[in-house]
Design a protein around this ligand. Structure first.
Ligand code: ADP
Ligand code: MG
Length: 645
């Protein structure tokens, strides 16, 4: 005597508790043998679907014993149940339960993906099955493009692809017209003739008549059973794939599915991405701007040399407003020049833009008033002529020293310009000399676009007042620059009676720049993190929506043999794809903004690190915020998921 392939003993299935308790199955005993064609009939609500879900291991009985091929289902964990579903059973549902985003052939392939069949094999097999079921050339159609009868045949092909022994069909003709119903029943008969075991659920006695054995169920109890007619020859399954797909297959399939479902909701996907995109683009662009401006300022101060001290008017901590504070005078400069270790203390005062004129040539530049010590402090020589003298400064003589850019714009022959006159505000200034060329700084400022006049002459004729905007002090021995700074400070304190000036050296200026740049970077970092956080919440939100929207899909996947981990991986991968896409688009936009700003003349420093960092955070955002929805999806109950709308 052969053993039954399915064996139920005293199965109870109770829904709800207390008052709301429903006893959907109440002590069912049933044996199904290999190769049988069984129809289960009963009124609506009699417990047929409940029984079928238990038979297909989508649901577990409240009590009783269920053996599949001799193994006790209640002792299997969820992965083993998934394996059993995809190797032993093929499901056909009343509502077809095809995934609408993917083609007919891909629907058929689904259980084979979870069974680890190679892409070529499963595609060939899907097409072969579709051909056999009269769907030649329909493999590429989406379910929506097929009739009900055709969709149900796609579902049959899906039930067959893993070559499971048992086909479970729950009201498969329920949604079909009579012609399609008849075709489907013939198909089931053929499958039965080829040796498969078929359990068909229906409320229609005419449909049940096609089966060899009819079982009637009412109020959760079997009230009639024709009894088993054990066939001599049973179906030998050709291909029992008990393998699991490799992680690579799993992930590449998930990535494919992710793109599909994201494409199916393009607008929503775009909105979700926006948060991540803005966050990433902000990080990339802001860091490049921050780094660029830091490098620019650093380069400016480094080019000044390490032996300079600067004095500016205004109490420490106040904003430097240059000549608006009338505390720094030429007498201060004279006293500073008397200090030890001081090579030259040079006063400075600049005009905003002024017009220089020679004949009909006009040139706009900024005029700087300095003392005769300027070349010493700046260590810059002359190309032609000489710098103005101490006497020129004392006597407020109208002389000017020009950079080559200025001279080139005013004179046809720069070499012959020494001794010529330049008009500034109607007054003639004799050209004393032309400065050595120095070229542009690393941040693009032309150091030859200068016009220097004696500070005293400037105070009288150009600036209109007698105080200074800064004093730069060149020291001899930089090792004792701190002491020199101290003595300069006490000197000015003694002269002013109050600390109404600021004294810095190049090193301390660099330090404070770095400090403020770091604070700036921290600020940028927090802004960026917040936008990524917001982006992440967007991702989570959309994934949660996606999970509840696709509950049915998840149910179908579980029914066709997906394990919890398969579902989990799929949703995590989807979130990662969202994060990754957001990252790529964000990095591109960020770099684009940088290039535009650089084109406009802003100093930008683009490096790989912020881009990589931002992209990784986008991925991490996807992962972290995708995890919860993915877990929710993987914990869904297959029966409840399938029943959802
Ligand atoms: P059939 O498929 O024969 O129409 P079902 O197996 O779907 O019947 O349902 C049997 C009984 O169990 C019905 O009374 C139904 O209301 C109840 N039932 C089915 N599923 C649930 C559920 N998830 N929660 C509560 N009651 C349920
Ligand atoms: Mg039902």
């Amino acid at each position: 005597m052969t053993n039954p392939i399915l064996s139920l003993r005293d199965i109870q299935r109770v829904y709800g508790k207390g008052e709301a308790e429903v006893r959907a199955l109440d002590g069912v005993d049933l044996d199904v043998y290999q190769g049988e064609f069984v129809a289960i009939i009963g009124q609506s609500g009699s417990g047929k679907s409940t029984l079928m879900n238990i038979l297909g291991c989508l649901d577990q009985p409240t009590s009783g014993k269920y053996l599949v091929n001799g193994s006790n289902v209640s002792e299997l964990d969820s992965d083993e149940l998934a394996t059993l579903r995809r190797t032993t059973f093929g499901f056909i549902f009343q509502r077809y339960n095809l995934l609408t985003n993917i083609s007919a052939a891909e629907n058929v392939e689904l259980p084979a993906i979870y069974a680890g069949m190679s892409a070529d094999d499963r595609h060939d097999r899907a097409i072969e099955l579709l051909d056999k079921l009269g769907l030649e050339g329909r493999g590429r159609h989406k379910p929506g493009q097929l009739s009900g009868g055709q969709q149900q045949r796609v579902a049959v092909a899906r039930a067959l692809i893993n070559d499971g022994d048992i086909i479970l069909a729950d009201e498969p003709t329920g949604a079909l017209d009579s012609g399609s119903s008849a075709e489907l029943l013939t198909l089931l008969e053929e499958l039965h003739n080829s040796g498969r075991t078929i359990v068909l659920i229906t409320h229609d006695p005419k449909v049940a008549d096609r089966a060899d054995r009819v079982i009637e169920i009412s109020d959760g109890k079997i009230i009639h059973d024709d009894g088993a007619k054990i066939p001599e020859e049973a179906h030998q399954s050709g291909l029992m794939s008990r393998r699991s797909p490799s992680l690579f297959t799993q992930i590449s399939e998930s990535v494919k599915m992710a793109f599909r479902s994201l494409r199916a909701n393009l607008f929503r996907t775009a909105l979700t991405l926006l948060g991540v995109v803005i966050g990433v683009a902000a990080v990339v662009a802001m860091l490049a701007i921050g780094e660029g401006s830091q490098r620019q300022v650093m380069a400016r101060f480094e080019s000044m040399g390490a032996n300079l001290l600067f004095v500016r008017p205004g109490a420490p901590g106040t904003r430097m407003r240059g000549d608006a504070i009338a505390t720094l005078t030429l007498e201060d400069v004279a006293a500073l020049n008397e200090l030890d270790n001081v090579i030259a203390a040079v006063p400075s005062r600049s005009s905003s833009s002024a017009t220089l004129r020679v004949g009909n040539n006009d040139y706009q530049t900024s005029i700087e008033g300095v003392s005769e010590l300027w070349p010493q402090a700046q260590t810059r020589g002359l190309k032609y002529g000489s710098f103005f003298t101490e006497k020129d400064v004392q006597d407020r003589v109208g002389v000017v020293v020009l950079g080559t850019t200025v001279a080139g714009n005013l004179f046809d022959d720069v070499a012959a310009s020494v001794g010529e006159y330049v008009f500034l505000g109607g007054a003639p200034f004799e050209v004393a000399g032309i400065l050595e060329e120095k070229g542009a700084t690393s941040w693009g400022q032309d150091q030859d676009d200068v016009a220097l006049i004696p500070i005293t002459t400037g105070m009288m004729r150009v600036f209109g007042s007698t105080y200074l905007s800064s004093v730069s002090i060149a020291v001899d021995d930089t090792d004792i620059i701190a002491q020199t700074e101290e003595s300069a400070k006490s000197l000015l304190l003694a002269r002013h009676g109050t600390e109404d000036f600021q004294l810095r050296n190049t090193a301390s200026i660099l330090d404070s720049i770095e400090e403020s740049q770091n604070a700036f970077s921290l600020l940028l970092g927090s802004v960026a993190s917040i936008s990524l956080l917001v982006g992440g919440i967007g991702v989570m939100n959309i994934m949660l929506v996606s999970v509840s929207e696709r509950t049915r899909e998840i149910g179908v996947r579980m029914a066709t043999g997906a394990r919890r981990s398969d579902i989990m991986i799929q949703f995590v991968v989807e979130a990662l794809v969202v994060g990754g896409l957001g990252g790529i688009v964000g990095v591109s936009i960020g770099l684009g903004v940088c290039l535009i700003l650089a084109e406009v003349g802003m100093s930008i420093f683009i490096s790989a690190l912020p881009a990589i960092l931002a992209f990784s955070s986008a991925l991490a955002t996807g992962l972290i915020f995708g995890y919860l929805p993915a877990r929710k999806a993987s914990r869904l109950d297959p029966v409840a998921a399938l029943a959802s709308e």
